[in-house]
Design a protein around this ligand. Sequence first.
Ligand code: ATP
Length: 279
Amino acid sequence: MTHTTDIPTQTRPALLSVRDLRLSFPDMANKPLLGPAPRTEVLKGLSFDIPAGQITGIVGESGSGKSTAGRVLVRLLEPDSGTVLFDGEPIGHLTEDALRPLRRDLQMIFQDPMSSLNPRHKVGRLIAQPLKRYGRGGTREQAEDALRRVGLPADFADRYPHQLSGGQRQRVGIARAIALEPRFILADEIVSGLDVSSQAQVLALLKDLAADMGLTMAFISHDLSVIRHLCDNVIVLNRGEIVEQGPVEQVFDTPQSDITKTLLSAIPLPELDDDWFED
Ligand SMILES: Nc1ncnc2c1ncn2[C@@H]1O[C@H](COP(=O)(O)OP(=O)(O)OP(=O)(O)O)[C@@H](O)[C@H]1O
C-alpha cells in the first residue's frame, strides 16, 4: 500500500516544496548551569508540497509544529537541515540580504490582528505602508481598493484598528497581504479568535479571494471542520511528523492514521454544511 505520508505526487506544480525538513529549538527549561541548552527537535524530517493556486491546510494538535513549519515556508525561520524550494529555487538557507527580493512574495496573516497592526495608525496607512516599503506605490486609492476587495467600505481607511470588530480587523489583515499581490500567503490560525459567524464570513471571503485571484495559501488550523470547507489539500502533523497528507476529500473520507481519525472525531456535530459559509 502506498502510505499517504510518502512524498506527495501532486498533479499541480508545487510553488513551495519541502524535503526532509528538520528544525530544533534550544530547550531552555533543561539548560545546565554551564554549557549550552540541549535542543529539542520540533520538525522531524517533513516532506510536502504546496501546490500553486490551491489552499493547503496544515492541521494538528497544539505543539505539533504547525506554526514552526509555516514560519519556515515564509522563511521567518531557517531550518537546521532539509530543502525548501520556492518556485524551484532553494531558499531554506538564504541570508536575510538574499531573501529581501522574496519578502513581498511570501506574506503572512497573523492570528491576532491587534498585535500585528499598529494601533496608532489608521487602516489606510496600515495597508499602504507595506506597499510603499516594497516599492509598489502605497496610495490611498490602493488602500481603498484593497478594502473593497475584502468587503469593507472604503472609508474604513480612516478608522483605527480599535474601531473595528475582530472580523473586520482580520479582513484588514487580509487586505494588507493581498494588496501586495504575493505569490504565497501563510494564514496562521486567523479565524480562531473570532466568533462562529465572523469565522464563517472570513472563511467565505478567503474562499472567494482564492478563486478570483488564484491564491496559493497554507492555512494553519487546529480545526478540521474549517480545513474541510476551505482547503484543497491537507497535511496532518503530530509531534513534528507528518502522519497523513493528501487531497481533503481523500483524507476526510478515508483517513489512514489514528491521529487523523481522532482529530476527525473531535469535529462537533452537527457537521457544518455549506450554508455555514453564506455571508
Ligand atoms: N521559539 C521557540 N523556542 C523554543 N521552542 C519553541 C519555539 N517556538 C515553538 N517552540 C516549541 O515547538 C513546538 C511546536 O510549536 P508550534 O508553535 O510550531 O506548534 P503548533 O502546532 O503551531 O501549536 P499551536 O496550535 O499551539 O500554535 C512546541 O513544543 C513549542 O513549545
